[in-house]
Design a protein around this ligand. Structure first.
Ligand code: SF4
Length: 500
């Protein structure tokens, strides 16, 4: 567990080729993706040329009465859904209400509903252009920018989806795994940005097509034979259940490497890797043990900061034979999102969230496995607890390399100011968090463990090399400002929301 980092969204869509309603499949599909967004949720179905929509803030409901209410108001055999965390726009209640997805927009007699996962890097600029052509925006979320750009591109290309999405690919920079329903042609469309930064899979079983951020949402619906929406691809499923695929643009892929270390479910199989995420996390630890062989010799006990580091801790234990104790436990009911709270509130939450079985760590030289370090305050709080429990030494091993640059593609670490890795060297970080040492994964170790070539991954947050031009320009400009006298105040705003 690092720091309750949040990601833009989880998406799920389903189409039945017979006449049955698909809410049931959508519900279980989206529920299995709730880890990707907990600020709001939304379901939308298409029924008799009409959209039914239900949405709210917070988690997807699990109370059977509420679920039943949703089911009875969401009839239809095609639907899309979304579990959202805001990486654009405000986080106050009004903004979150406005940012809920799926979003319905219409223009010139065409109505579409959009659900997407990612972040639009040039949303700020596109909004200004689109406002002139399509009028006022109702929300400050980048979903509306993407939806309106699609509408405009459809209008300018006589409703031809292939040409319109090609234009969207050319104009909209960023990460977007998207699904939309078109009311006019009663069809479902799935498309993914040209670099395929966020995951996107789909599959079919009997009369059901399902599209999702991650494969467990397909598994839960009995679909175990899955495929992936390729970067730059458009997939259409029409009202008769006919599927067509078109490779609209081709570019070098850049799948987010952080998905493997932190975001995705351990039982996900992400794109080209072809192996479950938890196996990759075990490999991360093996790579760490090779890099820090000498240090490992001085360790008595392995501990993992639950829960995303558990698989890595197991891998390290298997590789080195050093005992692994699960003596650090997380209270899953302390749910306030540390990342979006104020400092004092956040510190309280961190302190209450984790409990340590003191007698197991007393007098021991500990190797603590973390998935990542972003701000460092969670690690600091946990290490203080280990020290006060009587640990002899605490060496931190981090399965993801040092994060030195903001993410512009949908992970909410979009300022230099919040990144401890941008401000400090590993020795300084160790001192600040109270550890004896902090040992980060190497980029080579990470890439080798994932099993995808380095030039097909996004590693921008650890290398500073962004896979898209505008993102690189924005990050460079802010980095220059950051390294001069501007430091904190100027860098608090998300990089892609600044005026250039
Ligand atoms: S910058 Fe980091 S977190 Fe963001 S998409 Fe790239 S690898 Fe993932």
């Amino acid at each position: 567990m690092s720091e309750d980092l949040s990601e833009a969204c989880g998406i799920f869509g389903a189409i039945s080729t017979t006449k049955r309603d698909i809410f049931h499949q959508m519900y279980w599909g989206l529920l299995s993706l709730n880890h990707r967004g907990q600020q709001s949720y939304g379901f939308l179905t298409l029924q008799n040329r009409h959209f039914n929509k239900r949405e709210d803030l917070n988690l997807i409901p699990t109370d059977p009465r509420e679920v039943q209410k949703l089911a009875s108001s969401l009839r239809g055999r095609m639907g899309i859904s979304n579990a959202r965390y805001a990486t654009s726009g405000g986080t106050g209640s009004r903004h979150l209400q406005g940012g809920k997805q799926p979003l319905v927009v219409s223009s010139s007699g065409r109505k579409i509903a959009l659900s997407y996962n990612g972040n639009i890097v040039n949303a700020h600029k596109l909004r200004t252009t689109l406002r002139k052509k399509l009028g006022r925006f109702k929300t400050d979320a980048d979903t509306e920018v993407l939806a309106k750009q699609i509408l405009l591109s459809l209008e300018q290309n006589s409703g031809d989806y292939k040409r319109a999405i090609a234009e969207v690919f050319d104009l909209v920079e960023g990460a977007y795994s998207a699904m939309l329903l078109d009311l006019q042609d009663e069809s479902f469309y799935a498309f993914r940005d040209v670099r395929g930064i966020r995951p996107y899979c789909f599959g079919r079983k009997n009369d059901l097509y399902a599209f999702a951020s991650e494969t467990p949402a397909l598994d839960i619906n009995g679909i175990t034979d899955y495929d992936y929406v390729s970067p730059g691809e458009l997939v259409r499923v029409d009202s008769k259940g006919r599927i067509s695929r078109a490779q609209i643009r081709k570019s070098r892929p850049a799948m987010c490497a952080f998905e493997f270390a932190y975001f995705s479910r351990p039982d996900s199989i992400l794109n080209e890797s072809r192996k479950p995420v938890y196996k990759i996390r075990e490999e991360f630890a093996r790579a760490l043990s090779r890099t820090y062989k000498k240090k490992m010799k001085a360790i008595d006990l392995i501990l993992s900061m639950p829960e995303t580091a558990d698989d890595s801790a197991y891998g390290l234990h298997e590789e080195t034979g050093i005992p692994w104790e699960r003596a650090v436990r997380k209270n899953r009911y302390v749910t306030r999102r540390a990342f979006i709270s104020g400092k004092k509130e956040r510190d309280d939450v961190i302190d209450k969230k984790v409990n340590i079985v003191s007698r197991l760590v007393r007098g021991k030289r500990l190797a603590v496995i973390e998935d990542s370090i972003v701000r460092g305050d969670t690690s600091k709080a946990n290490i203080a607890k280990l020290n006060s429990a009587g640990a002899k030494s605490v060496d931190l091993f981090v399965t993801f390399p040092r994060i030195t640059n903001p993410c512009l593609y949908g992970v909410d670490m979009a300022t230099y100011d919040e990144l401890i890795g941008a401000r400090m060297e590993p020795e300084q970080i160790a001192k600040w968090i109270g550890a004896d040492s902090v040992n980060f994964q190497t980029i080579e170790g990470l890439v080798e463990s994932i099993g995808i070539k380095q030039d097909r991954l996004c590693l921008a947050c650890v290398t500073g090399k962004y896979p898209s031009r505008m993102a690189q320009e924005m990050a460079d400009r802010i980095r220059n400002q950051y390294s001069s006298e501007l430091k904190s105040a100027a860098c608090e705003k998300r990089v892609y929301e600044r005026d250039f």
